[in-house]
Design a protein around this ligand. Structure first.
Ligand code: NDP
Length: 480
């Protein structure tokens, strides 16, 4: 069976423990590969390799660093088919989605930061006639990157590309649930000529390998994307050591449909925002708020379009949705649906595990699920489910829509559908979220700041913000 090995100091190797974890294909429920089960010893080795490589990488001319990152991007594109298939098998997402979004975006991340670093300028300040100040941005050394399972290569590369571009070396831990494409990327890095030790990838459990990375005394910077609970645990461990932390966490994002919207667009986009990637995108709009005057019309159209979605083999073009990522996650989602019923919710669509046949019979498939009749205060409307489950609520006016939208501990993103430009600005202004989309969803420009407010995170990724995060600032003042 294929083994997913650590990549330390340019070498693929087993965990020191020699142990492996099972890696499941969620579309069939079968174990199809084995993952190095790493611990603090592997993290220590990875740190040493990264520390050794730092000086050389930092002093590599920017042009050369950028060229290597561009080569990685090119190789990702050349291996699109293989990487997309690997992502689909590892995660359960439709192959067409991995081909259209995940893998191209991983290549774009490298391209974007490879070119960005060549355009990142320093500031100089002339203090009257007496001094010149210039401000330098210096890499930290070894930084830690921890990424989740929902968009595996996409989010893994979103962290490591800027960290490497500015001259850091990296110890990264991808999610143990979906490690395959990070492993394949290490082979690409080898091929692209990334010097050994510059990127080290340690596989294994969050509580073991991830925790060791967070607790490593010499790693001063941690970039984390994952759940809010894990983020809180990591923050509590980093704070006493004053580690720099970027936290991209969960969301319970409102999708607000005003009565002056382009109705068809609102319905179609809401279907995508609800069920893309089986609802396992931190930006999915899981609470749909609809103006009372169009609530019934919207509900009918939304249920009808969602009902037409085909849940099936991720490798088949005809599947709109594939499998959810793991058996545990499937049971969590189904338990959330039961909870919604107990809270008095009415299931308008779905709500059950879908049992497919043949080789897919043990796969983890969940029907697209729509629930109505719940108060915003209930658990279903307050806690992130992270699956193909959304709720519908109605509102009477703009103020109520904003109050409902903001009534959660999260604040990652929000979507508004309205053709009234003044309303779009007014509502955007009052929403508590780091990202707002108007009449669209998940339209991304990599230069824009990405991140949430409240318990959806701390810090911003994207554009030069990522370079700032991965560097420390030094001011030099020279008296003239
Ligand atoms: P988790 O928080 O469970 O895990 C994220 C990563 O952290 C994984 O690599 C995990 O390893 C690791 N980890 C777990 N526990 C620890 C620990 N104690 N110390 C260090 N590392 C640890 O999140 P999921 O993987 O379940 O991802 C889903 C969550 O991510 C959702 O809440 C979603 O909203 C959020 N997310 C946020 C995004 C954003 O940009 N704001 C984007 C995408 C997802 P392992 O998997 O091996 O346990």
């Amino acid at each position: 069976m294929q083994k997913i090995l650590n990549y330390i100091d340019g070498k693929h190797q087993q965990a020191v423990s020699g142990q492996f974890l099972d890696n499941y294909n969620p579309s069939t429920g079968e174990v199809y590969s084995l993952i190095a089960d790493s611990d603090a010893q592997d993290i220590a080795h990875a740190y040493k390799a990264a520390e050794k490589a730092f000086k050389g990488w930092k002093n590599t001319p920017t042009e050369k660093r950028a060229a290597i990152l561009l080569k990685i991007a090119q190789l990702i594109k050349e291996n699109l088919e293989e990487l997309a298939k690997a992502e689909s098998i590892d995660n359960g997402k439709p192959l067409w989605l991995a081909k259209a979004v995940d893998i191209p975006r991983a290549a774009s991340n490298f391209e974007f930061y490879a070119s960005g670093i060549k355009h990142w300028a320093s500031n100089a300040h002339f203090t009257d006639q007496i001094a010149i100040n210039y401000t330098k941005h210096e890499p930290y050394g070894v930084v830690g990157c921890i990424s989740p399972w929902n968009l595996p290569l996409y989010l893994f590369s979103w962290k490591i590309a800027p960290a490497l571009a500015v001259g850091n070396t990296v110890v990264a831990k991808p999610s143990e649930v979906t490690p395959m494409t990070a492993y394949l990327l290490t082979k690409i890095c080898d091929q692209a000529g990334l010097p050994k030790g510059v990127l080290n990838v340690v596989h294994g459990l969050g509580q073991k390998a991830g925790n060791a990375l967070v607790e490593h005394p010499k790693i001063e910077v941690i970039s984390f994307t994952g759940g809010t609970k894990t983020g809180a645990e990591i923050a509590s461990k980093c704070a006493p050591h004053f580690k720099k932390l970027s936290l991209e966490l969960g969301g319970k994002n409102p999708n607000i449909i005003f009565d002056d919207c382009d109705f068809e667009k609102a319905v179609d986009t809401s279907v995508k925002a609800s069920f893309s990637n089986q609802g396992q995108i931190c930006l999915c709009g899981s609470r749909i708020l609809v103006h009372a005057s169009i609530y019934e019309k919207f509900k009918a159209a939304f249920v009808e379009k969602s009902n037409a979605l085909n849940v099936g083999d991720p490798l088949e073009k005809s599947s709109n949705l594939g499998a959810v990522v793991s058996k545990e996650h499937m049971h969590k989602i189904l338990a959330c649906v039961e909870q919604a019923k107990q809270e008095g919710g009415t299931i308008l669509l779905g709500g059950k595990r879908l049992n497919l046949s043949g080789k897919l019979k043990d796969g983890y498939y969940v029907e697209p699920t729509i629930i109505e009749g719940l108060d915003n205060n209930c658990k279903t409307n307050q806690e992130e489910i992270f699956g193909p489950v959304v709720t519908l609520q109605s509102f009477e006016d703009e103020d109520q829509a904003i109050a409902l939208a903001n009534d959660t501990r999260y604040g990652l993103s929000a979507t508004i559908f309205t053709e009234n430009l003044s309303r779009a600005h007014r509502v955007s202004n009052k929403l508590q979220a780091g990202l707002i989309w108007v009449n669209t969803w998940l339209l991304r420009d990599l230069r824009t700041p990405f991140g949430g407010v409240k318990q959806s995170g701390i810090g911003r990724e994207g554009g030069f913000k990522a370079f700032k995060f991965f560097t420390q600032t030094k001011n030099v003042c020279i008296k003239v």
